[in-house]
Design a protein around this ligand. Structure first.
Ligand code: ASP
Length: 342
C-alpha cells in the first residue's frame, strides 16, 4: 500500500502533470489566422462615399468575424476560406458572385479556385454563368472529380450535378457594375475586339480572396472573381489558376492575389512568393515585397496579395493606392482597411 502511494506521488503524478503541461503548451502554441481581400486598385479616396466605405468595411468585418468563430472552434482552414469567400460572393459590393463585372458582351463570367495546403489538392472553375457560389464549385472539382480545373458550361453542369445552387444569370446583375460596363464601352472599347483595352482599375475592383491557418496547422487559400470589365468572352484571369492567383502549401504559405491578371499569370505570382519562402528562406514579407513592389511594379503591373505562412505571420502587400483587406489572428489582432495611408 505504502509502495503504491509512493509510486503515485513520486512517479505517476509528476508524469501526468508534465504530460498535461506539454500537450497544453503545444496546443496553445499553434496559432490561427485569417486574412481576406476584396480587390485592389488605384482609387482616389475622395471618389468613394463614406457610406460605401462603411459598407465595405462592415462586410469585411462580418466575414472576418464568421471566420474567426470557426477557427476558434477548430474548423478546418478549407471550410473557413470557402465560407468567408461565399459571404463576399453573396455581396454585390465585390467583383465576385453577385456584383461581378461584365465582359464585352455584357455578360458575367465567373472564375474561382481553392487549394488545400496540407494535401496540395486544388480545384478551380472558369467562365461560370449560373452557379451562385463559384468558390464552392471549385471545391467540388477538387473533392469530387479527378481534375483540377473545369471551364464554361461543363463547369456549371458539374457543379449543379454535385448539388450546388443554380441561379438565373440575371442574379449576378448589379446596376453599378452595369453602369461601369456602359462607361467602358463608351470610352475605351476599340471596335476591333482583339484590341479590347483593359478597363481602368476602378472599373474592375473587387476580386475576393481568403487565406487561413487553422488549429491543426493547415493552410488553405481561395480566390473568386468576375475578372475584368470588358474582358473578351472566354478570357481566363489569374484567380482560377493555381500558382498565379491562388496557392497554398503547409510547407511555406498560402497566397491569394488580386490585380491585373495577365501579369499575375506571366509571373506566377502566388507560387513565386511561396517558392521564395520555401527555397530561398525569405520571410513572407520579403518575398511578397520583392514580387509585388519589385518585379510587378517594374512591369507596371497593378495589384496585391494577402498571405499567411506556417507560423501564422500575416502579410497584405499591394502596389496600388488601395486594397480592401483585413485580418484576425489568435493573438487578438484584428482590423480592416481600404487605403494605403490608413
Ligand atoms: N485578378 C483578376 C483578374 O485578372 C482581377 C482583379 O483581381 O481585380 O481576373
Amino acid at each position: 500500500m505504502q509502495l503504491i502511494r509512493l509510486f503515485i506521488r513520486r512517479l505517476l503524478f509528476p508524469i501526468i502533470i508534465f504530460g498535461y503541461l506539454t500537450v497544453g503548451m503545444t496546443i496553445a502554441a499553434q496559432p490561427y489566422a485569417l486574412v481576406i481581400h476584396g480587390g485592389s486598385g488605384n482609387i482616389d479616396p475622395q471618389s468613394v462615399s463614406e457610406e460605401r466605405k462603411e459598407a465595405y468595411l462592415g462586410k469585411m468585418a462580418e466575414a472576418l468575424k464568421v471566420g474567426e468563430e470557426m477557427l476558434k472552434n477548430g474548423a478546418a482552414s478549407l471550410d473557413v476560406v470557402e465560407t468567408v469567400v461565399k459571404i463576399m460572393e453573396d455581396s454585390p459590393l465585390f467583383n465576385a458572385g453577385k456584383g461581378a463585372v461584365f465582359n464585352i458582351d455584357g455578360k458575367n463570367e465567373l472564375d474561382a479556385s481553392i487549394m488545400c495546403g496540407a494535401t496540395h489538392n486544388a480545384g478551380s472553375v472558369a467562365g461560370l454563368s449560373t452557379i451562385k457560389n463559384p468558390v464552392s464549385a471549385a471545391r467540388k472539382v477538387m473533392e469530387e472529380s479527378p481534375h483540377v480545373m473545369l471551364t464554361g458550361k461543363s463547369a456549371d453542369a458539374f457543379a449543379y450535378e454535385h448539388g450546388l445552387e443554380m441561379v438565373d444569370p440575371g442574379y449576378f446583375f448589379d446596376q453599378i457594375r452595369w453602369d461601369q460596363y456602359r462607361e467602358y464601352v463608351r470610352n475605351t472599347f476599340n471596335r476591333d475586339r482583339g484590341q479590347s483595352i483593359p478597363a481602368d482599375d476602378d472599373l474592375k475592383m473587387g476580386t475576393v480572396g481568403a487565406v487561413a491557418l487553422d488549429l491543426e496547422g493547415n493552410i488553405a487559400a481561395a480566390t473568386s472573381t468576375g475578372g475584368m470589365t470588358g474582358k473578351y468572352p472566354g478570357r481566363v484571369g489569374d484567380s482560377p489558376l493555381i500558382g498565379a492567383g491562388n496557392y497554398a502549401s503547409n510547407l511555406s504559405c498560402g497566397v491569394s492575389a488580386t490585380g491585373h491578371g495577365e501579369f499575375f499569370i506571366r509571373n506566377m505570382v502566388a507560387y513565386d512568393i511561396a517558392a521564395r519562402v520555401l527555397y530561398k528562406g525569405q520571410t513572407l514579407e520579403e518575398a511578397a515585397n520583392e514580387v509585388i513592389n519589385g518585379k510587378l511594379k517594374e512591369q507596371n503591373a497593378n495589384g496585391g496579395i494577402i498571405a499567411i505562412d506556417k507560423d501564422g505571420n500575416v502579410v497584405m502587400v499591394f502596389n496600388t493606392t488601395a486594397m480592401f483587406r483585413g485580418y484576425i489572428n489568435s493573438s487578438g489582432e484584428k482590423g480592416a482597411w481600404i487605403f494605403r495611408e490608413e
